[in-house]
Design a protein around this ligand. Structure first.
Ligand SMILES: [Zn+2]
Length: 118
């Protein structure tokens, strides 16, 4: 789905900046922080835009070391995040008793960083 359609679907006004930011998120394989976006927006506008995306559940936010990382909301998501390199991996979504689980975030050290450490 393209960015314009997504914005329309979620009833968000279409601006060039929103399209550019969303394009980057759609293309990203991993959650992105403010610094990683090629589209340079001013910080306030950037965070306001992300907040808006979160509100309509278009984007989900992960907090890591006091920094926000954003990714397209793929519905129920289970994610592993490496503490060292911040690379992420999708995990199989777990079933936990009768709980209705919406998201899972597992933190640890990925294989590569573990190897480098030895
Ligand atoms: Zn790592």
């Amino acid at each position: 789905m393209n960015s314009v359609k997504l914005l329309k679907k979620h009833d968000i006004g279409i601006t060039e900046l929103r399209i550019l930011l969303l394009d980057e998120l759609l293309a990203a394989k991993e959650p992105m922080s403010f610094d990683e976006f090629k589209t340079k927006a001013n910080k306030t506008t950037f965070y306001r835009t992300m907040e808006q995306f979160q509100k309509v559940k278009l984007v989900t936010k992960i907090d890591l070391d006091g920094k926000g990382y954003y990714q397209i909301n793929k519905g129920n998501n289970a994610l592993f995040v490496c503490d060292i390199c911040h690379h992420t991996k999708d995990l199989e979504f777990p079933t936990i008793n009768n709980l209705k689980v919406n998201s899972v975030l597992v933190k640890g050290v990925c294989e590569e960083c573990k190897d480098n450490d030895e």
